[in-house]
Write a protein that binds this ligand. Sequence first.
Ligand SMILES: Cc1cc2nc3c(=O)[nH]c(=O)nc-3n(C[C@H](O)[C@H](O)[C@H](O)COP(=O)(O)OP(=O)(O)OC[C@H]3O[C@@H](n4cnc5c(N)ncnc54)[C@H](O)[C@@H]3O)c2cc1C
Length: 391
Amino acid sequence: MRCDVVVVGAGPGGSMAAKTAAEKGLRVVLLEKRQEIGDPVRCAEGVSKARLSSMIKPDPKWIAAEVKGARLYAPDGSSIVMSEDKSGDEVGYVLERKIFDRALAMDAARAGAKVMVKTRALDLIRANGSVKGVRAMRYGEIIDIEADVVVGADGVESKVGRWAGIDTSLKPGDIEVCAQFLLYDKSIDDEYCEFFLGNELAPGGYVWSFPKGEKLANVGLGVIGSRSEPGAPVRLLRRFVERRMPEARIVEMVVGGVPVSGPIERTVADGVLLVGDAARQSDPITGGGILNAMEAGIMAGEVVADAVSSGDTGVEGLMAYEKRWRESIGKQIARHLDLKEFFIRLSDEDLNNLMHSIQSEDVSKMDLRGMLRVLIRLNPKMLWELRHLVM
Ligand SMILES: Cc1cc2nc3c(=O)[nH]c(=O)nc-3n(C[C@H](O)[C@H](O)[C@H](O)COP(=O)(O)OP(=O)(O)OC[C@H]3O[C@@H](n4cnc5c(N)ncnc54)[C@H](O)[C@@H]3O)c2cc1C
C-alpha cells in the first residue's frame, strides 16, 4: 500500500493531523490499533469551550455537559470559584470522548483519509537510511504502508518516536499516574468542575470531579510518579470517594498516565513528526492534552502538506512544525512546567495560606496568570521566584 502520509493513532491529535493533510489533497492513511476508536476512554473529558470551538464546531452529540466554572479547594476545604471562560483548557465542556474521538476520525475519513482500525504499527520502514512508511499488523497479517512522512500520534506510550531515534523516555517525576471512576452521586455539582488540592489527597497532583449531567461525574486523581507506589492512585481515589460520597455508585473505572514533563527536546526526525501526548505536549499543571494535541495535529497536517508538495520530507522540510508549535502552545507549556515544579513542592499549610490570601479578592473573572499575579503581590516572599511568569 502506498500513500503520502501515514498517521499512527486515531486520538484527537492523529485524527486532526489526518483530516488536515487529507483536506490539503494528500493521500492519508490513519492507523488505530483498537477496534473501536475512542474506547476505552482514559480521560476526564474536560475542555475549554472557546478553544475547542476555534478548531471544530461543537456538536451536542459529543457534549455530555456544559459547566459554569471551576471550584478550587485547598486542603483545609477553603475554596474559590473561577468562571468557565477563565478556568483554563479543561473547563467548559465535558465531552463524551467515545463519541468525540470517533467523530474526529469520521471527519478525517470524510476529508479523504483511509482509516484502518485494528491495525497496530509495529515499526518504521526505512530505505537508504530514510523513513519510508510503517510496518503494521492487521487482522494477524503483517502489512507495509509506504509513505513519505509518518506522524506519530500514538499517545503517552508512544513508540513511533523511539523507533525514529527521538528520546521520548519519561522519568517517574515526569508522569502523573491517574485513576478515575465514572460515578453517580447525589452530591455531584452538575454546574461546576471541582479541583481538590492536598498532599494527603493526591501527592503532587489533585483530585477532580467533572460533571457529565444528572449527578454523573468523572471523579479521578493523579499522583506524581516519583511520589506514587503500585496501586496508590486507586487506593487514594477509593478513600476520597468513601469519605466524601459514601453512597456513590461507581459504574466505570480507568487508570492511565499523563505526561507532565513538558515537551521533549525535538519532535521531528527525518520523515517523522510527533503530535500530542506522543510529543509530551500535554499541560504540565493540569495534565490536559486534548486541545494541544488537536492544535498540534492541525499544524502537523499543514506542514506535512507543504513538505510533500515541495519534495522535502526530511528534517529540514518538517522543521516548520517544531517551530510553529513551540511558538504557540509551547510557550504556555513551558510556563506551566515552571509553575508545576514550584507548586508540587508546597506543603498543605502553604496551599492553605495561599488560598486564604486570595479569598478576599474577586478572582471569578481572573485567568490563571491574573490569579498568579495577585498571589505574588499578596505573598511576595513565598512566590518571588515565579515573578518572571507574569511579566
Ligand atoms: C485519567 C486521565 C484524565 C484526563 N483528563 C483530561 C481532561 O479532562 N482534559 C484533557 O484535555 N486531557 C485529559 N487527559 C489527557 C488526554 O486524554 C490526552 O492528552 C489526549 O488524549 C492526547 O491525545 P493524543 O491524540 O495525543 O493521544 P491519545 O488520545 O492517547 O490517542 C493515541 C491513539 O493511538 C493509538 N495507538 C497507540 N499505539 C498505536 C500503534 N502502535 N498503532 C496504532 N495505533 C496506536 C491508541 O490506541 C490511541 O487511540 C486525561 C488523561 C488521563 C489519563
